[in-house]
Design a protein around this ligand. Structure first.
Ligand SMILES: *[C@@H]1O[C@H](CO)[C@@H](O)[C@H](O)[C@H]1NC(C)=O
Ligand SMILES: *[C@@H]1O[C@H](CO)[C@@H](O)[C@H](O)[C@H]1NC(C)=O
Ligand SMILES: *[C@@H]1O[C@H](CO)[C@@H](O)[C@H](O)[C@H]1NC(C)=O
Ligand SMILES: *[C@@H]1O[C@H](CO)[C@@H](O)[C@H](O)[C@H]1NC(C)=O
Ligand SMILES: *[C@@H]1O[C@H](CO)[C@@H](O)[C@H](O)[C@H]1NC(C)=O
Ligand SMILES: *[C@@H]1O[C@H](CO)[C@@H](O)[C@H](O)[C@H]1NC(C)=O
Ligand SMILES: *[C@@H]1O[C@H](CO)[C@@H](O)[C@H](O)[C@H]1NC(C)=O
Ligand SMILES: *[C@@H]1O[C@H](CO)[C@@H](O)[C@H](O)[C@H]1NC(C)=O
Ligand SMILES: *[C@@H]1O[C@H](CO)[C@@H](O)[C@H](O)[C@H]1NC(C)=O
Ligand SMILES: *[C@@H]1O[C@H](CO)[C@@H](O)[C@H](O)[C@H]1NC(C)=O
Ligand SMILES: *[C@@H]1O[C@H](CO)[C@@H](O)[C@H](O)[C@H]1NC(C)=O
Length: 455
């Protein structure tokens, strides 16, 4: 209940409040900085369990508390210094911490710039396949206390981040073997059995996205056991999450629903004997990490921003904002496969409807009608009709609909469809369809967003 209130209050600026899912990452703005695990190259066992040190966010006004974020510097030859210096990247001020092997900058707008100098770490000599490799990661545990619910209840589990490669020197020299020498920047979460009393309680697999790899423009599917943790790594192809390679050097927006890959990863983990059950009700998001894994002599810098992991359920569903150019978020226009301008751009989906039988239909959804009471559609049309269905097919019953009419002022406005007293608004809704009710056939139908609200 507390989470629900928080989410609604935050969103009530300017327009009707609406569900926005649950952010599973704690402290997305790094207000508490980072708790740093010491670099334990010299004496791994004694030092890894020793006290951690802290990097404080100098831009935060929040009272000091414990840090949600940890920094790990696995097998690095130096500890990052806690003595930061202010830097400015031309956009905004940041705090920089470094050592001879790495550099980490936290900017005031919550961007992170993460650098590893593999050449210096390995003293210019390639590591052998058996030697450990260097990493610089940030990580946090998630689990039930951070709001993760069992994955059978989750309709979407969505990463969002912007990532940019700022620098890469591969330092390729004699002895290079691409099978063992690389600079990678993966993003992982653990899908973990947190079902109390289960014999496999605590077991997990790694579900990853390889955001950057100096060997591949777009990393392919990778499924393999991880020596270090004895757990399966399931890493879908990067093309599922972005269309542009991070190697290109532009800011790449990475987003994608992990639920299909949770299922595929669990199947692979059971098939290969890493886990015993594919029952989603036992599994939760256990934790995550992101950062450099450097097995070669690579010297690289990557920046990330707008970092988020959202969990959506039937009781706290995703809205459809049409804010990514070209992405209809699974909605489609029926009877008009050739419509011009039929992909969202600049935050709006503009549709020229060819005839009176045209409508837009949703992807498969899961909306709990006992919790979701209003559907909010922002459009330029003053009349529209919403249909819904509880079946998985696109079969709509004529009783399951609601018509909305507003003043005809030609402007974009919110239709707030209050279904709380509608006799046919019940159960779990699986699909929607929106009919524009047209007075003329010359005006494009513009959809800005489709949102859901509890009241
Ligand atoms: C994080 O910072 C961004 C931009 O400064 C702000 O819009 C957002 O509300 C902040 N998030 C939280 C949880 O404080
Ligand atoms: C938090 O603690 C650090 C280290 O003691 C200190 O430098 C910083 O000013 C404190 N921040 C706040 C907001 O009190
Ligand atoms: C990093 O610091 C810890 C103490 O916090 C120390 O035990 C360790 O040896 C240091 N690591 C390196 C590589 O110097
Ligand atoms: C911290 O860094 C500043 C600037 O580089 C330097 O003047 C200062 O002596 C350093 N302090 C410590 C404790 O290393
Ligand atoms: C990639 O581009 C296609 C076509 O423009 C689009 O449908 C898809 O959503 C894009 N995928 C991502 C992850 O941006
Ligand atoms: C990289 O960028 C170029 C030009 O900007 C584009 O043609 C190419 O498709 C991009 N490559 C990938 C893998 O995204
Ligand atoms: C699977 O279950 C068996 C029997 O409970 C147990 O011995 C084994 O360790 C489990 N394997 C895994 C990978 O969890
Ligand atoms: C490594 O990269 C940093 C920038 O990230 C640069 O300042 C430094 O000179 C580079 N060092 C080597 C050995 O390439
Ligand atoms: C974060 O998102 C905002 C709004 O889309 C964008 O202006 C900004 O450039 C993004 N930040 C980064 C680091 O990409
Ligand atoms: C779409 O356009 C193609 C080529 O112009 C045409 O062959 C096809 O019949 C059109 N489809 C529809 C549904 O209008
Ligand atoms: C609009 O409808 C009229 C009458 O049905 C038709 O003659 C006209 O061609 C239509 N215009 C467009 C742009 O579809």
């Amino acid at each position: 209940m507390f989470l629900l209130l928080l989410v609604l209050i935050q969103s009530s600026l300017g327009s009707h409040s609406y569900f926005q899912g649950v952010e599973l990452l704690s402290d997305v703005n790094y207000t508490q900085g980072f708790s740093v695990i010491p670099a334990c190259f010299v004496n791994p066992d004694a030092c890894a369990k020793g006290p951690q040190f802290r990097l404080y966010n100098p831009f935060s006004t929040a009272p000091n508390a414990s840090a949600s974020w940890q920094m790990a510097q696995w097998d690095s030859h130096s500890n990052i210094s806690t003595n930061g210096t202010f830097v400015h990247d031309g956009k905004i001020e940041g705090m920089q911490w470094l050592s001879e092997d790495k550099r980490f900058i936290l900017f005031q707008d919550s961007r992170l710039q993460i650098s590893v100098n593999g050449y210096h770490e390995y003293q210019g000599k390639y590591r052998t396949p058996d030697e450990p490799w260097v990493a610089l990661l940030i990580q946090q545990s998630i689990g039930k206390s951070a709001g993760s619910v069992s994955l059978n209840q989750v309709t979407e589990l969505r990463w969002n981040l912007d990532i940019q490669l700022l620098y890469m020197d591969q330092h390729i020299q004699p002895g290079y073997n691409p099978n063992i020498h690389a600079g990678q920047f993966p993003l992982y979460m653990t899908i973990q059995n947190l079902s109390p009393g289960d014999p496999d309680y605590g077991k997990y697999f790694w579900l990853g996205i390889c955001l950057y790899d100096d060997r591949f423009p777009m990393s392919p599917l990778y499924v393999n056991g991880d020596k270090g943790t004895g757990a399966l790594i399931y890493q879908p192809a990067f093309s599922n999450f972005a269309n542009v390679s991070v190697q290109n050097g532009s800011i790449v927006h990475v987003t994608g629903n992990m639920m299909p890959f949770v299922r595929l990863g669990l199947e692979a983990a059971v098939e290969r004997g890493f886990l015993n059950s594919t029952d989603l009700s036992k599994y939760y998001v256990g934790g995550m990490n992101i950062g450099w894994e450097v097995t070669g002599l690579n010297n690289g810098t990557i920046e990330i921003g707008n970092f988020s992991l959202k969990q959506y359920t039937a009781q706290n569903p995703k809205s459809y904002e049409f804010n990514q150019d070209g992405d209809t978020e699974g909605w489609k226009l029926a009877f008009n496969s050739n419509a011009s301008g039929s992909n969202p751009s600049n935050g709006k989906w503009i549709l020229s409807l060819p005839n009176e039988y045209s409508y837009v239909s949703s992807p498969e959804v899961m909306i709990d009608a006992s919790v979701v009471k209003k559907v909010i559609i922002r459009t330029n049309y003053n009349m529209l009709q919403l249909h819904w269905t509880r079946n998985h097919k696109e079969l709509f019953n004529k009783n399951d609909r609601f018509r909305s009419e507003l003043e005809n002022d030609g402007k974009c406005k919110e239709h707030i469809l209050d279904l709380s007293n509608h006799p046919h608004w019940y159960g779990i809704v699986r699909r929607f369809r929106i009919d524009s009710v047209r007075q003329d056939n010359t005006t494009d139908f513009i959809i800005d967003y489709i949102r859901f609200s509890p009241s």
